[in-house]
Each structure stands twice: as C-alpha cells, then as structure tokens.
Ligand binder design. Structure first.
Ligand code: GLN
Length: 483
C-alpha cells in the first residue's frame, strides 16, 4: 500500500513519475478520513489546501525543480503557526485563532513542496506526556487503542505510526518528540537547540523548546531535518549554522563506537520489559563492535525536579500574552482585569493553570533564588557532566521512556507519575544537545524506544550513528497491524 512507504521511497517514486503528488496526498487524506475517527490524531484536516499544495508540488516535479521530499505530505503539531489555518495548541483559549503568518518551518515545507495534511493533537500548550491534556480530544496509540500514544506530540507520533502521514513535526521541551516516538514505535529526533528556527512555534519553555521531526526511518527523519533547519534571523536563538545535512548517511560499521551508559538512566523505575529490550539491543550492537562503558552523571537524578521549575517559570511568562484581547475567544467580565481573569480561568485547562502558578511562584521575589536560580545551577552542572562525558564518548545511550505505552486514564490522575516519565528525555533539553529515539524491540506487543544523544551540534554524527544502529536492529521497522 502506498501509505506504508517511507517518505524517501515516496519521493523517489514521485520523482520517477511512478506516483503523482495529488494521488499520494489523496491516499493519505482518504486514510485519515476512514481511520482517524478511531485514533484522534488530527484536530483539523486541511484537504483543500493540501490538494492545492500537492498540485504545486507536481509543477515543481514537472519543471525539474523538485527537492528530496517534494510531494511527500506531512502533519504538523497544532502549536506550529499556519497562515490562514486555525492553530489552537489544543487549548480552549486559542479556539478559532487563525494566525496571519506561517512558522519558518512551515514556509520551508511549503516551498519544498510538502503538502500539509492537517494539524495534529497535543497536550494543551505541549504540557504533558500522554496527550490526555488536550482540551478537545483523546488520541489513541495505534499499537493498542486502549493506550496513550505518549505526549505531548501524541497526534504527530500516532499519525506516522498508523500510516496516516509519512512524516510529521512535533516540538520537544522535555521529551515531547522522543517519548511519543518511543511509545508509538517510530523515529523522533530533537535537533540541537538553535538549529531549527522556532519562529512561529507557540512558545512553552523558550530555553528548552525545539521543533523536531517524526518518521518511519532514521533516513526519513534526517532528510526532513535538512528541510527544516538552518539559520533564521526571525528567531533570536537560531544558530548561524547551515542546515543539518542528510546526504552523508552511509551504512557503516559500529566498530570502535564509544557508547556511554549512564547508570542513572537505567534506574529502578525502568519497566523490566523495557530494560530487557534495551539490554538485548546493547548486546546486538556490542556484537557489531560498539564498545559500552557504564558512566555516572549524578545530576541526572535532579533533572525532573529542575525541569519542573524552569519549564513552568518560562511558561508562566510566555503564556501571559493570552489575555483574551489579542488572540482567541474573550469571556465577559467587569473591566479589563475582569475580562482577562475570566478569559484565562475559562480558557486554560487544569495542567496549564497549575504550571502558570508554579512558575509564577518560582519567579516571585523571595523565592526566585531558592527555586529558579538553584534550578539553573543544577542545569549548568548537568551540562558540565554531559560535556565531560562527550569528550570521551561518541554517544550516550539509554531507554527513551522508562515504560512502554500506558493505558489511557491510568496515570492521568497521578501527575507525579506522569512527570517521572520524562526522566530520560529531559537531560537533552537541559543541555541543548540532540537526541533521537528509535524502536529497538517490543514488550508485550508494545514498542520500546532506544535513545541516543551526542554533544551539541553533532546532529549529523548522531543521525549517522542512529542510521547504523537501526540497520543492526531487525525489529526497528515493524508496523502496527492497525487498520
Ligand atoms: N512532558 C514534559 C512536560 O510535560 C515535556 C513536554 C514537552 O516536551 N513539550 O512538560
């Protein structure tokens, strides 16, 4: 089936005129129409625009101006601004908000001829780990419809896993690309902080946020990374670096690859099924010549507590702009303060309100030093520990998520348990380094994600290592039988 092909396969068939761009886009739109009512990946489907964009892609192909992904459709997390298309962050406070501009990644995709299928579900403002914090709908895991796809980019991950989209974009502040990728059995990549412009990504934690791609293979994710990265003067944190180059991915040996295994990332909370699959993967990679050494990164233990000061602090400031005056619906109230108060209390969901309160508290006079400044110190320590590790090792390996996909509702009432699931992914955001999750096996029929991280700016090296690791792990490309 056409919808089962990888993005690179689709692009090559399109370039050879074996497939037409409109035909490909329509195949995915039709699959969304027939199956998404069961999965709930999409908050909106943009059939008319996607078809027009596919026609444009076909003219690029016909005129010989096509690029490596021309004609390959994509789904976007609904916190990426899309000109003329509703962008809600899965929050009532942005219901009906239609941005007058495209995020930089979106304009890059449009220029490169990738039709946009629609906007994918997420935890409200990307705050969450299960996509259950969406104000609008539940998203289900294609491997087991009773389970969560992970989050916050759950819609983007599940859409790729269920062949509703060959590619998608998410955002990763504390793991929101890598964790749902792991739980859905697809590849998810968070580039180095600053390599992908965040202009038009609705901000959550600005010192942590990074846009990242989902795909079925490392190669797909690498090619999409090249399309979306590069310097952008519209984002003050954008690095003056060239796009992440994908052309160099080569099948190669893992011989002599120096891999660090931080003992803190293989701790007590790890599900035995996950631990067994990660160990099996390590054994396979060791046979291929990779060299593993246990290391200690003590500050990793403080990652979750530190993150849950820094991210809410930044969120409380970023979310101050949603006042009912400029964006989205406005509630009635007495005077300006009354309007703002009512709009915010009716518009934000429980998790978002909690974080705004925690963040405001952590930043307030008298508590700033005790919480925020201290958290920043721990963050700096963690960065130093990782930098030291990367002077000796090529890559750090760990589980992506300590547990496989959990049942919907199972953890929703236990916010602490949900937050602990970010344990393995938070360090990459704290240190700004790139991280990737790829499937390494299954436990009780559920995918297990393996995480790899390198030093900041070694995105190409990380993708190359992941490419070789993927080739060594035979289960990496199994798909759910969902239909
Ligand atoms: N689960 C984390 C949180 O709730 C990370 C979210 C993200 O990366 N956007 O904040």
């Amino acid at each position: 089936m056409l919808t089962e092909l990888t993005a690179v396969e689709l692009a090559s068939r399109i370039a050879k005129r074996e497939l037409g761009c409109v035909e490909v886009t329509e195949a995915f739109l039709d699959r969304i129409d027939s199956l998404d009512s069961k999965l709930g990946c999409f908050l909106s489907v943009t059939r008319t625009e996607a078809t027009e964009q596919a026609q444009f892609a076909q003219t690029l192909v016909d005129e010989g101006k096509g690029g490596p992904l021309t004609g390959v459709p994509i789904a976007l997390k609904d916190n990426l601004s899309t000109d003329g298309i509703e962008t809600t962050c899965a929050s009532k406070i942005l219901k009906g908000y239609v941005p007058p501009f495209d995020a930089t990644v979106v304009s890059k995709l449009k220029q490169a001829g990738l039709p946009i299928l629609g906007k994918a579900n997420l935890d409200e403002f990307a705050m969450g780990t299960s996509t259950e914090n969406s104000a609008f709908q539940v998203t289900r895991n294609p491997w087991d419809l009773a389970r969560s796809p992970g989050g916050s980019s759950g819609g983007s991950a599940a859409a790729v896993a269920a062949d509703l989209a060959p590619l998608s974009l998410g955002s990763d502040t504390g793991g929101s690309v890598r964790q749902p990728a792991a739980l859905c059995g697809v590849v998810g990549f968070k580039p180095t902080y600053g390599r992908c412009s965040r202009y038009g990504l609705i901000a959550f934690g600005s010192s942590l946020d990074q846009i990242g791609p989902f795909g079925k293979t490392v190669e797909d994710v690498a090619v999409l990374s090249e399309a979306i990265t590069g310097h952008d003067p519209m984002d003050g944190t954008s690095l003056k670096h060239s796009p992440i180059l994908s052309a160099d991915l080569k099948s190669g040996s893992l011989k002599g690859l120096k891999v660090a295994l931080p003992k803190e990332l293989f701790g007590d909370g790890t599900d035995p099924g996950v631990a067994a699959q990660i160990q099996a993967a390590i054994d396979v990679l060791a046979k291929e010549g990779a060299e593993f050494t246990e290391v200690s990164l003590p500050s990793v233990k403080f990652g979750v507590t530190t993150y849950y000061i820094i991210a809410p602090a930044e969120a409380s400031s970023n979310l101050a702009r949603f006042d009912g005056v400029r964006f989205g619906p406005r509630s009635d109230g007495k005077g300006h303060i009354g309007v703002v108060e009512r709009t915010r209390s009716e518009g934000f969901g429980h998790e978002v309100k909690t974080r705004i309160m925690i963040g405001t508290y952590a930043l307030s006079a008298g508590y700033y030093d005790a919480y925020y400044v201290r958290a920043q110190r721990v963050r700096a320590m963690m960065q130093q520990e990782f930098n030291r590790t990367f002077r000796e090792f090529d890559v750090v390996l760990s589980p992506t998520s300590p547990v496989p996909a959990f049942k919907l509702g199972e953890l929703h009432e236990d916010p602490m348990a949900l937050k602990l699931l970010d344990y393995c992914t938070i360090p990459a955001n704290m240190g700004g380094m790139p991280g990737i999750s790829l499937n390494c096996g299954f436990t009780e029929g559920l995918p297990v994600g393996l995480q790899l991280m390198t030093a900041p700016l070694q995105d190409e090296k990380l993708l190359q290592i992941a490419f070789c690791v993927e080739q060594a792990l035979p289960t990496a490309t199994r798909r759910p039988s969902f239909s």
